[in-house]
Design a protein around this ligand. Sequence first.
Ligand code: GDP
Length: 195
Amino acid sequence: MFAGETEFLKGVVAMNGLPEATRPEVCFAGRSNVGKSSLINALTGRKGLARASNTPGRTQEINYFTVGESHFLVDLPGYGFANAPLAVVEKWQRLLKSYLRGRATLRRAFVLVDARHGIKAVDEEIMALLSSAAVTFQCVLTKTDKLKKGDLDRVLAQVREKLSKHPAAYPELVLTSSEKGDGIETLRAIIAGID
Ligand code: GDP
């Protein structure tokens, strides 16, 4: 359902810009540099699709992609910019909250976490926000190719421990490497199964 069928639909800066809620949708959230563009590109098999919308100036937009006829795939702006102006951060948080609370067709959020770093405070913030908006979320570890197995196991234990405290979190993690292609088919199948 993915390859060659994914198109950029639009970048949204306000709730009234959201496309009509005609399909189930999933969104992707994560700290900037977590590997979100790479993952979306790997998922869709379209190099440059997410990156093209990730250029400065578009980073505060909620970017919509269509997947075939079936789903919307939603790329949320990366969070955790250390030097973003407060006004920009606050505007984006307002839009994010409205989106998460108000989008009836949002079925699941994927929270991307760098496998080297585990869950950080900014990730906890987004998870708390998702929980308060009653959006179920699933944690996707990125860049797993960068770790040795022992180190990965340690991070997995930390991630599982933290997720166990969030009622809105799926216990199953998805382990991915956009570089090697690991976990990509699994994630596609998860999304395809969401209706
Ligand atoms: P974004 O800011 O979350 O969209 O992150 P990008 O997708 O732009 O990735 C940030 C950096 O991590 C880039 O240098 C990527 O090449 C690198 N990266 C992303 N995914 C992987 C991966 O699976 N493995 C490795 N080794 N590097 C990755």
